[in-house]
Design a protein around this ligand. Structure first.
Ligand SMILES: Nc1nc2c(c(=O)[nH]1)N=C([C@H](O)[C@@H](O)CO)CN2
Length: 118
């Protein structure tokens, strides 16, 4: 199994459980690893044969930017569903972090893995 990845994708969104958090936008950061077989794209050298990380990244930016969940868990799960459903990704690992959310820590968040590694 090969991996196509996106690292440290930063998006501003409404996220959080407190009243003050519902009134502002905060930055979340996303690391995403997606199962892929890159051999066809490598052989043809054509984007149509590749898992297009730019198309996926733009869709994630749009989705997160428009969302307003309370928990990072919910946001992570929905992004994972979107990537798997819309881009046919069989397995992924997603790390969603919220920088500065806990004093003394660089960031907090969740890491989820969905689907079967083939
Ligand atoms: N497991 C979680 N714990 C907490 C979350 C969360 O989304 N998942 N969120 C908060 C607050 O919104 C916090 O980020 C504000 O600084 C607290 N704990």
């Amino acid at each position: 199994m090969d991996i196509v990845y996106i690292s440290d994708l930063k998006v501003d969104t409404v996220i959080g459980i407190y009243d003050w958090e519902r009134r502002i936008r905060q930055t979340v950061s996303l690391d995403l690893e997606m199962a892929a077989d890159i051999r066809r794209a490598a052989a043809s050298d054509h984007i149509d044969d590749a898992l297009n990380y730019k198309a996926i990244g733009k869709r994630i930016i749009q989705y997160i930017g428009d969302s307003d969940f309370q928990l990072v868990e919910t946001l992570a799960e929905r992004v994972a569903e979107l990537v798997r459903d819309e881009f046919g990704v069989s397995w992924l690992k997603l790390r969603l972090s919220k920088p500065g959310a806990l004093r003394g820590s660089r960031d907090v968040g969740v890491i989820i893995e969905r689907g079967e590694r083939s």
